[in-house]
Design a protein around this ligand. Structure first.
Ligand SMILES: [Zn+2]
Length: 470
């Protein structure tokens, strides 16, 4: 493979993708409403000679852009949704929204999507100069944050033609691969009977009481569940503002996580029983709806090693003095516990040498693939169906938490763009290596079957549930 040619190709078009990323940062569109973000990407990819199919899987802001012919079919999974209430001005060291309460890109998905596009276009340009059999697809995957968009796309068969998928995520550190927790988001809606809370309390049946009792029950459940599981909730409807009314309606949204989807399934059954118990205790009724669910990311030994090999060649990133000074200012307004956590992790996987490399404000060091479970991602649903590799690249100063105003503020910076281009280079190299050695696909497929450990992919999302239900 001619790495020099690939580097030149990437360098020549770097500005296009930095601009795409910056524009998506500005649009800051929430899950399944990413109309401007997807339109901009579709237009850019059409100009690059890709065949674009919009609205795939019945989701208006989902699309795919394809180039090339035959096998192997290598896909890049882009995301571009923002988070609520994270609007933040760029490049300033204090919290200050552009528009109060508006969404913002706190998870770096503007870089995630644009970086995957950058990889797809680089592979296409390389193949134009060195023709070889193979297809490259960029998938525009909306609604990752809380929406599990890719799980709905899997259900509609969107990824069936793929041999291999690559995905990455911007973080404050760089690592070869991690796994995630499977996750289900469930809404419990209680219905009771309104009455005057002082005059006729005996005639009322409180839905809010049911929510409170359900939460008490779930909190007692914690002692008796596997330690890796996580249960979180938010009361999304309290039933009203008046304490002198017995609340007839109330809703609580649960997020239930565990290492594997079947463990989530078991836990969901137990939480459902708690909800039914709360309804029985209060004389109310409960309606239970699963709105989204994420499978755990199935790590793929062959692909993760391939990615890590190229990652080690692309790193260190040789930050400029200005970039490091910029990062230093954000490290100061970050959380020291956050970078100490990464330092400890590096020490764990790479010994003292790993920890000692966490000097300065940027983690210019890559950690190897590790069997760690962190957060949840709908890349998990793809990884049970197509061999996939999912890795992280530093785009933010050490100490920057995901979903924070600090991450939004750094979203258009030179350090963010440098991380994005590094991710694109790693993915393009790995993809081209597979195009040159298509037998890798078979090994990766065998790895995927092995990692399934006798289980088959299943989703907790009921067939009748539409994307973006809540
Ligand atoms: Zn994210």
């Amino acid at each position: 493979m001619d790495f020099q040619l690939l580097d030149t190709i990437i360098k020549n078009k770097k500005n296009i993708f930095q601009n795409v990323s910056n524009s998506i940062w500005g649009f800051a569109e929430m899950r399944f409403q990413e109309y401007k973000s997807s339109e901009l990407q579709c237009e850019t990819l059409k100009q690059e000679g890709f065949d674009v199919e919009e609205g795939i899987g019945g989701i208006p802001s989902a699309f795919k852009a394809k180039f090339g012919k035959g096998c192997p079919v290598i896909a890049f999974l882009g995301e571009y949704d923002a988070l609520p209430q994270l609007s933040q001005k760029a490049d300033i060291m204090h919290k200050e929204p552009v528009v109060p309460d508006a969404p913002g890109h706190g998870c770096g998905h503007q870089l995630l999507g644009a970086g995957c596009m950058q990889a797809a276009v680089a592979v296409k340009d390389y193949l134009l100069e060195n023709p070889a059999g193979g297809t490259v697809i960029y998938y525009g995957c909306p609604g990752e944050e809380g929406g599990a968009g890719k799980a709905f796309m899997v259900r509609e068969g969107c990824f069936e033609e793929c041999d291999i998928c690559f995905a990455w995520h911007p973080y404050a550190a760089t690592f070869g691969s991690v796994s995630t927790l499977a996750n289900a988001r469930i809404e419990y809606h209680f219905t009771g009977k309104a009455s005057h809370a002082a005059t006729t309390p005996h005639l009322g049946r409180s839905a809010l009481d049911a929510v409170e009792l359900m939460n008490v029950g779930a909190n007692f459940l914690r002692e008796h569940m596997i330690p890796e599981a996580r249960v979180h909730y938010a009361i999304t409807n309290t039933g009203g503002d008046a304490p002198n009314v017995v609340q007839a309606e109330s809703t609580v949204l649960y997020s239930i996580r565990a290492p594997r989807i079947n463990q989530v399934y078991e836990l969901v059954e137990r939480v459902n029983d708690i909800a039914k118990g709360a309804a029985l205790m209060t004389g109310t009724s409960v309606d239970i709806k699963i709105g989204s669910a994420y499978a755990d990311v199935l790590q793929n030994k062959t692909l993760d090693n391939l990615v890590f090999k190229h990652m080690q060649q692309v790193f260190p990133l040789a930050y400029t003095k200005e970039e490091l000074e910029y990062a230093e200012k954000f490290k100061e307004v970050g959380d020291p516990k956050e970078w100490i956590m990464y330092q400890n992790l590096a020490a764990k996987v790479s010994g003292e040498k790993g920890a000692s490399l966490f000097k300065g404000a940027m983690a210019d060091f890559c950690m190897p693939p590790m069997p760690m479970k962190a957060g949840s991602s709908d890349v998990g649903d793809v990884s049970w169906n197509v061999p996939s590799s999912w890795f992280g690249v530093a785009c933010f100063a050490l100490g920057t938490s995901a979903h924070s105003w600090q991450a939004v503020a750094q979203g258009k910076s030179a350090i963010a763009h440098r991380g994005m281009t590094a991710a694109a280079t790693i993915m393009a190299r790995a993809a081209l290596e597979i195009i040159e050695n298509p037998q890798i696909v078979q090994t990766a497929k065998a790895d995927m079957e092995k990692a399934k450990n006798g289980e088959e992919y299943c989703t907790l999302i009921p067939n009748e549930t539409k994307f973006g239900s809540f």
